[in-house]
Design a protein around this ligand. Sequence first.
Ligand code: NAP
Length: 233
Amino acid sequence: MTEAANKTVVVTGATSGIGLALISQLREAGYVPILTGRNADKVATLAASCKVPGYCLDVADTTAITDVTAQIEADHGPIWGLVNNAGIWLEGEFSNYSEQEIKAVIDTNTLGTIMMTHAVLPAMQSKGSGAIVNVVSTGALYTRKMISVYSASKWAIRGFTGCLEAECAPKGVRVMGFYPGKVNSAMYETAGIDRNLDVAMTPEQAVTMIVTMLSDETMVWGQVSGRSIEDYG
Ligand SMILES: NC(=O)c1ccc[n+]([C@@H]2O[C@H](COP(=O)([O-])OP(=O)(O)OC[C@H]3O[C@@H](n4cnc5c(N)ncnc54)[C@H](OP(=O)(O)O)[C@@H]3O)[C@@H](O)[C@H]2O)c1
């Protein structure tokens, strides 16, 4: 297991759901979690109430990624861990999606994860240590109707994660994917979808796995999945 003390872990999309729950559990585990999110007001309020550093960061903005990660390093030293958690849901018939909706999902879920990783990985590799967890989805393990673009955005990250896992482990950096099933968060509501979440796992349950993945440095966790047992019916 790891010595968490003073290890800085950046969490994207930490103003809600899994990301916000992760900030609390990382803090309890002794890490220095950095709360980031696209909404400046939410970031300021939540960072103050969680007593952690907060930075406004829209992961769909590649210039912001470069600037904000550099600022975090200047303020808090090397980034030991990154959790690429920011994500948005899109559901419905593919033909009905607008170009704007499609680009938003790919820019956030896919390019956001890739460019955040691109910003922090070189320093981790040169130090020979670090950990990146990509919050993917069971939607990257199967296909079904009505989620084509969300699924594409996550399948791309499944491939990205697996390739980097093999590329980076020999250099001492663990790149891992977390593949949760339904989680009781704001994600569907934010996307305007009415989803029954009675049998979903809680964000806190999902986060327990992410903290384990980060903290057990003897392991590179690949293709980890999770789903509420009541959701198997
Ligand atoms: N909920 C599920 O059933 C489920 C299942 C599998 C995987 N996941 C994945 O889990 C991750 C977290 O989702 P969640 O369930 O916790 O949903 P959530 O409660 O909606 O949280 C998503 C977070 O991402 C942020 N975000 C969205 N676009 C962003 C951007 N461009 N830049 C920075 N932050 C952005 C949101 O900010 P705002 O607060 O401003 O909206 C929010 O903080 C996502 O990657 C999602 O795909 C979720």
